[in-house]
Design a protein around this ligand. Structure first.
Ligand code: GLU
Length: 419
């Protein structure tokens, strides 16, 4: 498969080229950042509960490690392939650089629908995958984390497998672990919390208040969407619609987020939630709202539906949920878009805190973590706004320029090997 096959890789590649030229960055640096440093494709055979053997395709891509060890999640999803994983690894490089972490960009995944597998099968899948990519990862090399379809349990199995191979416990090999095995307070909700912080910063810039007059629609009511909904509704905002793979639900007076979370845990999806009206996800995206949070997967707002979107602030909770054309159109029409590499960076920021705490064997309290998370995001947000004003570009391009400036400096200082 060619690297260019996925729309997300093409979009990220084009955003990089554009940001490089608008930002006046060294073309040699931009050229080096177009391609992943290395990519590993592995076969992941497992024995299913019925005794048959099934083989899945797995990937780990390290895009760039100039700033430090590779960092990025592991995705279990049917759409995972080399090109999409490479694009997501590239986004991780820019994300870590933009928010000033001493980490590079990487991503991994397995082409699988985790919903089709039992807990035992998922454990076998994770352990075999961890073994297959073990030569490429490590606390000082490349540190995976959860992403779509994976969670703290996946990370615990992953860490245990790597530790078994080494003969001693290596907590720093992954982040997003449960607290009981070296995880960090605040990591589980960090991505969504970061999204809510960014929506607040955007409110200050745009003058659109976050209070009882604010209507919010959230596409993807999971690891990212739930904590974002909790934080925004605690500030008084009305969460009028939430959606997931089963469809979406709407309530003009505002959905009770606590009830919704209970319902989703009990029923597995938002479908049929009492007190709400069923709508489609396309209808959710088209709602008359102040804030729209696409927090599920990439390629949700495209040329096909961009003209229906009415939200004033759009917070990219997922990676790449809005295509390049749709960003140009929406930003051109006055929407304030908080780009993914800023908006959802809360996850990797607290992953960084977890990694540091693990290496020091010294753990911080939740207030400290949330304060540091807030401060890093605020500084990064302000930097993107400054770039946006300086280069007269939308926030997406500005974020890429901001990230590239940091990478450009570090890559030029380190030079090209061999000289
Ligand atoms: N998967 C998350 C992301 O896309 C978190 C990555 C990490 O914590 O390393 O940013």
């Amino acid at each position: 498969m060619s690297l260019f096959e996925s729309p997300l890789f093409q979009d990220s590649f084009n955003q990089l080229e554009l940001a490089g030229s608008i930002g006046g960055l060294d073309p040699n640096i931009v050229e080096r950042l177009k391609y992943p440093k290395r990519a590993l494709q592995v076969a992941v055979p497992i024995r299913l509960d019925d005794g048959t053997v099934k083989t899945f395709q797995g990937f780990r891509v390290q895009h760039n490690m100039t700033l430090g060890p590779g960092k990025g999640g592991i995705r279990f999803h049917p759409n995972v392939d080399l090109s999409e994983t490479a694009a997501l690894a590239m986004l991780m490089t820019f994300k870590c650089a933009l928010v000033g972490l001493p980490l590079g960009g990487a991503k991994g995944g397995i082409q699988v629908d985790p919903g089709d597998l039992s807990r035992q099968e998922l454990q076998s899948l994770t352990r075999r995958f961890a073994t297959e990519i073990s030569m490429l990862i490590g606390p000082n090399i490349d540190v995976p984390a959860p992403d779509i379809g994976t969670n703290g349990q996946t990370m615990a199995w992953f860490m245990d497998t790597y530790s078994q191979l080494k003969g001693y416990t290596v907590p720093g090999v992954v982040t997003g672990k449960p607290i009981a095995v070296g995880g960090s307070l605040g990591r589980a909700e960090s991505t969504g919390k970061g999204v809510a912080y960014c929506v607040n910063f955007a409110s200050t810039v745009t003058g659109i208040p976050i209070d009882t007059s604010t209507r919010v629609a959230i596409h993807g009511f999971g690891k990212v969407g739930i904590p974002a909904a909790e934080d925004l509704s605690a500030q008084g905002a009305k969460i009028v619609a939430i959606g997931d793979v089963s469809g979406a639900v709407f309530c003009g007076d505002g959905i009770d987020v606590k009830e919704a979370v209970r319902y989703v845990y009990a029923h597995g999806s938002v479908k049929g939630m009492p007190g709400t009206e069923a709508i489609t996800n396309e209808e959710l995206l088209s709602l008359e709202v102040e804030v729209l949070i696409p927090a599920a997967i990439d390629g949700i707002i495209t040329e096909k539906n961009m003209k229906n979107v009415k939200a004033k602030i759009i917070a990219e909770g997922a990676n790449g949920p809005i295509t390049k054309e749709a960003i140009e159109y929406l930003a051109g029409n006055g929407a304030f878009i908080i780009p993914d590499i800023l908006c959802n960076a809360g996850g990797v920021i607290v992953s960084y805190f977890e990694w540091v705490q693990g290496l020091q064997n010294f753990f911080w309290d939740l207030d400290q973590i949330n304060k540091k998370l807030h401060d890093i995001l605020k500084e990064s947000f302000d930097r993107v706004v400054l770039c946006s004003n300086e280069f007269n570009v939308d926030m997406k391009k500005a974020a890429f320029i901001g990230a590239l400036q940091r990478l450009d400096k570090a890559m030029r200082l380190r030079g090209l090997f061999p000289a």
